[in-house]
Design a binder for this molecule. Structure first.
Ligand SMILES: [Zn+2]
Length: 180
């Protein structure tokens, strides 16, 4: 069994990835043209409101909830409503333009990520979701044993198509770390 495609990070290429790479290196400049072509590739109609919502989501690595996104988007477009944010996120998620992430607790709100590349998340005890640096995420994934996965497939009678690894952690206290 060849696990390489399953564990490969950064599988998605194209304009979105390029925008996200820019984004990781500093404040993104998402022009309407970038957004227009991202929408076109997913068969989505371009509207100013959709563009503001996507721009706000792609401009942060904080994995915002719909509520948090609303506060970002209102800076640009004060008329947008929470219902519109939810509907638009639904459309983005269905078209693969963003990912919906379950909240840290069963009761917490879903969070959204415009980075659709395969990457590892750390879920902190305060509900925050952080991106593990890509090279470290890739290293973790590379250490998963393909023999173990093959054995799981054999015993459960399934074909593993994707591994979604989440780390759960506590935020270090302000005074410099955890005492052990
Ligand atoms: Zn993420």
């Amino acid at each position: 069994m060849n696990l390489a495609p399953v564990f490969r990070l950064g599988a998605e290429t194209g304009t979105i990835l390029t925008m996200q790479e820019q984004h990781l290196q500093g404040p993104p400049v998402l022009s309407d043209e970038h957004i227009r072509s991202a929408f076109r590739r997913r068969g989505l109609r371009f509207t100013r409101q959709r563009a503001s919502i996507f721009r706000a989501l792609a401009s942060t690595t904080s994995h915002p909830t719909a509520d948090e996104l609303l506060t970002f988007v209102r800076d640009e477009d004060p008329r947008v409503s929470l219902a519109t944010i939810y509907n638009t996120l639904e459309v983005f998620t269905d078209s693969g333009l963003c990912r919906r992430l379950p909240g840290a607790l069963a009761s917490s709100a879903c969070r959204y990520d415009a980075d659709t590349r395969h990457h590892v998340h750390l879920i902190a005890d305060n509900g925050q979701i952080m991106d593990v640096p890509p090279e470290l995420g890739a290293e973790l994934m590379a250490h998963l044993s393909s023999d173990t996965v093959a054995e799981i497939e054999r015993r459960l009678g399934v074909k593993v198509t994707r591994v979604d690894l989440r780390l759960i952690g506590q935020i270090a206290p302000n005074d410099g770390g955890f005492s052990s």
